[in-house]
Design a protein around this ligand. Structure first.
Ligand code: HEC
Ligand code: HEC
Length: 461
């Protein structure tokens, strides 16, 4: 007789792998283990909440849109090398497990060959050649990808979809690794009433486009208020914004609420990755004391009995780029507070936040570049406000263990090789609106030796 015992555990097992990628971007090893998968993570990787952005046939042909020299290399490559080149060009991450049905980490397989964007397009990244869930994707080239997808679809006589069309009206990100995600939300919410019914004739408000570096997801469990200016109370409903394309009507949208309870529950289980290089422990211990005297009032303390004040620091005190704070009008924030997304509770939204959240610094070694706009490539530069580069370009997998952050080259001007928008997007140019690297001058009161010690301590968080 069949045993009808407890549900079989293998239904929630998946092969979780650590991918080791060489400095040349080549996958050199995978270490896998069967692990239990949180239902929230499984939903995120397998459920299509949006229509597909493109299909396999489009994906396979994207390289044909590349500049001549690069295209020649792709043409001569083997299929697997070419796939790797495409992942590298667009900042797509290989999946660290066998859940996603063969697509990149940031895409769900819709079962018909379609690639459906998910949250991990922006919230799954790699550092020092390691793919990490919840790490902001600091390689993502969303605008370049979307341009190439649109051009390929036109050649293949395929229908354009929301991303192809939306990106004609607004930039998706002007430097790779950052996105205009905040304005996507503003545009999508404009077409909804408080109950999320769609009204396609609503006017789209004036938008201040600007690029943001997503925060790491492992901070979320410490937070009560989310986003750079802490203007929304944490809730699973707030996490659903990204799904607001008009095709998802109010009923369908709300039917996913339980999925998002699970997704939020999973996000709150994510732990920061440990620093993988040597640490000078005595120096770090000296750094801890300096940190606790100079930084902890805003960033909290760490270890078993951690504290996190969740402070919002006034703009004129923190002094970082003002564009993000000013880009959301009180009217927009007020409407958000009245809507289903905020549980119809205006008190869940701050209508006039005064500055930026001092984030927790757990796993801070991994989440370069720094500040809400991703303008500072290493922690050393964060601690030396006057030495920050204006124009820089990161290497793909290089990690600077001296300065703790991205390996990058600095330029006085955009090089002449940056002659097309897709090439310009490979550079971070802090002279552009919303992208300045100024402010957070707090470390300037410390001596060089004190800053060295704090830098060492930051590796341990
Ligand atoms: C196009 C890129 C992109 C996609 C896709 C995306 N996000 Fe984000 N996310 C961002 C950016 C950028 C921010 C920072 C916005 C800000 O602070 O104003 C952010 C902020 C957040 C935050 C706030 C974190 C904090 O500590 O304040 C959460 C939570 C979050 N996203 C969850 C999600 C979920 C869940 C999804 C999928 C349903 C998703 N995001 C899809 C880019 C994205
Ligand atoms: C008065 C409050 C305050 C003090 C003091 C302070 N910070 Fe900050 N810090 C902030 C705020 C606010 C931000 C976010 C600014 C932004 O993104 O525009 C921030 C950002 C950071 C970041 C970047 C975080 C990220 O994820 O990008 C690091 C690292 C950091 N601070 C380290 C320190 C260190 C080290 C000290 C002590 C030497 C310190 N801070 C002192 C308020 C403070």
């Amino acid at each position: 007789m069949r045993d009808s015992g407890p549900p079989q555990r293998f239904t929630i097992l998946a092969s979780i792998c650590v991918l080791i990628i060489s400095s040349a971007g080549v996958l050199v090893a995978t270490e896998c283990a069967a692990e239990e998968v949180h239902p929230g993570y499984r939903i995120l990787r397998t459920k299509a909440f949006l229509p597909a952005d493109f299909d396999d046939e489009v994906f396979e042909d994207l390289w044909r849109q590349w500049p001549a020299e690069q295209r020649r290399r792709a043409e001569q490559a083997t299929p697997s090398e070419r796939r790797q080149m495409m992942f590298s060009e667009y900042g797509m991450m290989p999946s660290p497990d066998d859940i996603g049905g063969g697509k990149a980490l940031g895409y769900v397989n819709d079962g018909r060959g379609g690639w459906v964007m998910n949250c991990l397009t922006c919230h799954g990244g790699k550092v020092a050649g390691r793919v990490i869930l919840g790490l902001p994707n600091s390689h993502l080239a969303l605008h370049t990808l979307t341009d190439d997808v649109r051009a390929t679809k036109l050649l293949q006589k395929k229908k354009l979809t929301h991303m192809d069309l939306g990106s004609l009206g607004m930039p998706l990100g002007t430097s790779n690794g950052t996105t205009n995600a905040v304005m996507f939300g503003v545009a999508l919410e404009a077409l909804r009433d408080d109950d999320l019914n769609v009204h396609l004739n609503n006017p789209i408000p004036k938008m201040t486009h600007h690029d943001m570096d997503a925060p790491p997801w492992w901070h979320l469990k410490k937070k009560r208020w989310i986003y750079a200016d802490g203007f929304v109370a944490k809730s699973h409903r707030a996490l659903m914004q990204f799904m607001l394309i008009p095709k998802n009507d109010a009923k369908r949208f709300k039917s996913w609420e339980d999925d998002y309870r699970q997704i939020l529950a999973w996000i709150e289980t994510i732990e920061p990755p440990n620093y993988p290089f040597p640490i000078d422990r005595p120096l770090a211990e000296r750094g801890r004391l300096i940190f606790e005297d100079n930084c902890a009032e805003c960033h909290g303390t760490y270890g078993d009995n951690w504290t996190y004040p969740g402070r919002i620091v006034e703009l004129d005190i923190v002094g970082t780029d003002p564009v993000r704070l000013r880009s959301l009008s009180p009217a927009y924030r007020r409407k958000y507070g009245r809507s289903w997304l905020a549980d119809y509770k205006p008190e869940n939204v701050k209508e006039r936040p005064s500055g930026y959240v001092a984030p927790p610094l757990d796993g801070i070694w991994a989440s370069a570049p720094y500040l809400h706009n991703g303008s500072v490539p290493t922690l050393w530069h964060l601690l030396h406000p006057h030495e920050r580069p204006q124009i820089w370009r990161r290497t793909e997998d290089g990690y600077d263990a001296q300065r703790v952050g991205l390996e990058f080259s600095e330029f006085d001007e955009l090089p002449s090789t940056a002659e097309t928008p897709r090439k310009v997007r490979r550079y971070f140019d802090a002279r552009n609106p919303g992208k300045s690297a100024v402010g957070h001058d707090f470390p300037a009161t410390l001596s060089d030796a004190e800053r060295r010690a704090v830098l060492e301590y930051l590796k341990t968080l």
